[in-house]
Design a protein around this ligand. Structure first.
Ligand SMILES: [Zn+2]
Ligand SMILES: [Zn+2]
Length: 213
């Protein structure tokens, strides 16, 4: 079964998640935006073996420490969708703009597409392409664990910003309605910022995209 621990990183308190298979103790880290020493400390404390980096999108708070972590531990980089290549290429400028430590660009080992799957140990997660916040944003869904790691697509009571280059409000709403709601009301989502939520509760009450929006 998939297990996870969420560690807020960077000045933006971005929810980096360490996910692992509790049979093999192999782990992936989703969105290592920064604070690598803290993240690696958690990995050590959990007793898991880090095998991969998975990215939802390439904003600095999610992807800023990717290149350094990949190099230090020789990890493959999976995701995001290639629509975010321009954001990866702009990581050094994003870092300077937001006062982050210098961030390096990188080339993902594997770009992701809607309908792909990613694996860690015996656990398989489905990849859904959810553009709108960024063009290449993807989310990771474990049907077995009823958990979805959704980056900056959906938050408790809110949705991702769409005023950045490549953002698209209508596309974001369509991504949520067509790709997140079908995961089922019982699914718990882990957003890029703030507390975990329930897909069912957001579907009913979210003021931007819920039934009464
Ligand atoms: Zn973002
Ligand atoms: Zn974010």
């Amino acid at each position: 079964m998939l297990r996870y621990r969420t560690v807020p990183v960077t000045a933006f308190a971005q929810n980096c998640s360490i996910v692992w298979c509790d049979e093999t103790m192999e782990a992936a880290v989703i969105d290592p935006g920064g604070d690598l020493e803290r993240l690696l400390g958690e990995v050590k404390a959990l007793g898991v073996s880090l095998k991969a980096i998975w990215l939802t999108h390439a904003h600095i708070d999610h992807a800023g420490a990717t290149a350094e972590l990949a190099r230090r531990l020789s990890l493959p980089i999976t995701g995001p969708h290639e629509g975010d290549k321009f954001w990866i290429d702009a990581l050094p400028q994003q870092g300077a703009m937001f006062g982050f430590p210098p961030a390096e660009t990188f080339t993902p080992t594997r770009w992701l597409h809607d309908g792909d799957t990613v694996r860690i140990g015996h656990c398989e997660l489905a990849v859904r392409h959810c553009p709108g916040h960024t063009p290449g944003h993807v989310v990771f869904h474990s049907k077995e664990a009823q958990r979805a790691f959704v980056g900056d697509v959906l938050f408790v009571g809110s949705i991702g910003r769409t005023d950045f280059p490549g953002g698209n409000h209508a596309e974001l709403l369509a991504s949520i309605r067509e790709r997140l709601w079908p995961m089922g009301d019982e699914t718990v989502f882990i957003p890029g910022h703030g507390p975990e939520g329930s897909i069912g509760l957001e579907r009913r009450t979210n003021p931007f995209v819920g039934e009464r929006a």
